[in-house]
Design a binder for this molecule. Structure first.
Ligand code: ADP
Length: 208
């Protein structure tokens, strides 16, 4: 099986607290799906390094880290995963969560990823999302979730910068998912969307 020219990619898009990470982790535990959360890659950086410092600087304000740095970091990280045979592009879907996070990043990544589906985890109720973030702040030690003003700024950043990605990938690729449902039902809807894909039929037939 040869490596595709671009990674077969599923994007999970949604406001902070919409459940991207929860769904991505579960999907990534299923054979033939490989999950990469950009926020986790940033959080794994040593905060004493220049890039680690940039991450703390921007994320603590609820803003995005500059695009060139972000995409370079993503590139280095995904190549490591390919080299280490953790992500196997010839047989795996790549499930991206948190990247691309704006249209500029989508453009920079165009040559590397073939976006087959965009799962939009939609939850217009910002009060519910903020409630989830405050809960996460306590459990996961997320400093960017602990402060009300930062939470509001993250919602604003999402509206202004991330949501336009839906127009960039407009068409059949967008799959609207109701993120206010219980996690198991959200997962069910995502999997149903994956199974409509032609690439799924290829992967389904594989014996590895
Ligand atoms: P959430 O899951 O709540 O949306 P993430 O863990 O994905 O949050 O991201 C946390 C922070 O990391 C963001 O607020 C941002 O500062 C930084 N970050 C993560 N991904 C990106 C990205 N693709 N581009 C720029 N900054 C990013």
């Amino acid at each position: 099986m040869s490596q595709p020219a671009r990674f077969r990619t599923l994007l999970i898009l949604g406001a902070p607290g919409s459940g991207k990470g929860t769904q991505g982790k579960v999907l990534g535990a299923i054979p033939r799906f490989h999950h990469l959360a950009c926020g986790d890659v940033f959080r794994s950086l040593d905060t004493r390094t220049p890039l680690g410092q940039k991450f703390v600087e921007y994320s603590s304000r609820g803003e995005l880290v500059p695009d060139d740095l972000t995409v370079q970091l993503w590139h280095a990280n995904i190549n490591q995963r390919v080299d280490g045979h953790v992500f196997k592009p010839e047989i795996d879907f790549l499930v991206l969560d948190g990247i691309p996070r704006n249209v500029e990043q989508a453009k920079l990544m165009e040559k590397d990823i073939e976006v087959l589906k965009v799962f939009h985890l939609s939850c217009p109720d910002r009060t519910e999302l903020a409630r989830r973030l405050r809960k996460r702040a306590l459990k996961d030690n997320r400093f960017d979730d602990a402060n009300e003003a930062v939470i509001q700024q993250r919602f604003a950043t999402y509206e202004a910068e991330t949501k336009p990605i839906l127009d960039y990938y407009a068409g059949d690729r967008i799959c609207q998912i109701d993120a206010s449902q219980p996690p198991a039902k959200v997962l069910y809807d995502i999997i149903a969307g994956v199974m409509t894909l032609e690439a799924w039929r290829d992967i389904e037939k594989m014996r590895v």
